[in-house]
Design a protein around this ligand. Sequence first.
Ligand SMILES: NC(=O)c1ccc[n+]([C@@H]2O[C@H](COP(=O)([O-])OP(=O)(O)OC[C@H]3O[C@@H](n4cnc5c(N)ncnc54)[C@H](O)[C@@H]3O)[C@@H](O)[C@H]2O)c1
Length: 374
Amino acid sequence: MRIGVAREIKPDEYRVALTPAGARELVHRGHDVTVEAGAGLGSAFPDRAYEAVGARIAPVEEVWGEAELLLKVKEPIRPEYGYLRAGLVLFTYLHIAADEPLTRALIGSGIAAVAYETVETDNRALPLLAPMSEVAGRLAAQAGAYFLEKPLGGRGLLLGGVAGVAPGKVVVIGGGIVGYNAAVIALGLGAQVTILERSIDRMRHLEEVLSGRVSLLMSSALQIEESVAEADVVIGAVLIPGALAPKLVTLESIRGMKEGAVLCDVAIDQGGCAETSRPTTHSEPVYQVEGVTHYCVANMPGAVPITSTMALTNATLPYVEAIADHGLAEAAARDEALARGVNVIDGRITYEAVAEAHGLGYSPLEDVLPLSPV
Ligand SMILES: NC(=O)c1ccc[n+]([C@@H]2O[C@H](COP(=O)([O-])OP(=O)(O)OC[C@H]3O[C@@H](n4cnc5c(N)ncnc54)[C@H](O)[C@@H]3O)[C@@H](O)[C@H]2O)c1
């Protein structure tokens, strides 16, 4: 298959959809890989690293124009709509339930659009979102420690303490992938860590994998209020799938926090779990409310593109290989997780939540693609 890798043109996006290691795997399987000039630079992969493994470097029109499978990281933005066409399979983060112009552009073009974020296994895991949650969780603990420093507006506290001085307290709300990874790094820094969770099964799991090194508490309004008041760093990591994040930390609770404490609201991409949270950017990551530093960067993995690119492509490559080896119809027939990723194909919406979000018609995938493995 002819596989194209486009350069990301969204501001502040430095990831790339395929590493040279991934390109080599695909070339070895007999596929033809073309990478847009400069696509890997933001993740420290120069063009020559792709050429060295047998990929070709080409200008943007050639990459999109000749590909049968086009790999990207972020959704196409307006200047890229012109490249969408029938006969092309696009594999990328799409998030089109919140993007009507792109949904209509995809439908109008006849392209097959497969979204990383809706690839979903039978046990409801999201394998192509998980790596970014791992990165964001780990970064959140680092950001918390960093913004506690006095010159940055923080309390002036070293999270890990020293011999004879108590460590700082980190409270993580939501013990999923972000929460677990935040806890691991906070523990590594020497902090005293508490995770507030709603699922008892999840708490049992965390108890086991973290060997009892964190306090696990049932999440309730009262418990959140009390824990947040004692915290030096609060990390917001809740998720209710398909819904906005619940506002678990009230303005009143923020007022009750210590002067110079830090709130890292990782759930900001779902609206944030504190009443005082609003999205920030890497160039201006923090603001203060009632003396509490708010870190609410909506695309945290963008700060560490080398790690994020490798983590993302480790997860996407098996699906890329399946589509390249078998074609989309056959690959989707063999793997329901991948089939759930197909959002739009042949001008029809095959992902129900997207159709509902825009009041447009929904066609089950099996009505559009013949889903029977040969
Ligand atoms: N800002 C960023 O750059 C960035 C990057 C990746 C993920 N995220 C966001 O981080 C959030 C967490 O993602 P995840 O992958 O860890 O999700 P996840 O589903 O793995 O974990 C969410 C956890 O929250 C728990 N939860 C739900 N309601 C709760 C409540 N009231 N109190 C306590 N816990 C509760 C769930 O039981 C679950 O364990 C999501 O909003 C996700 O979109 C943001």
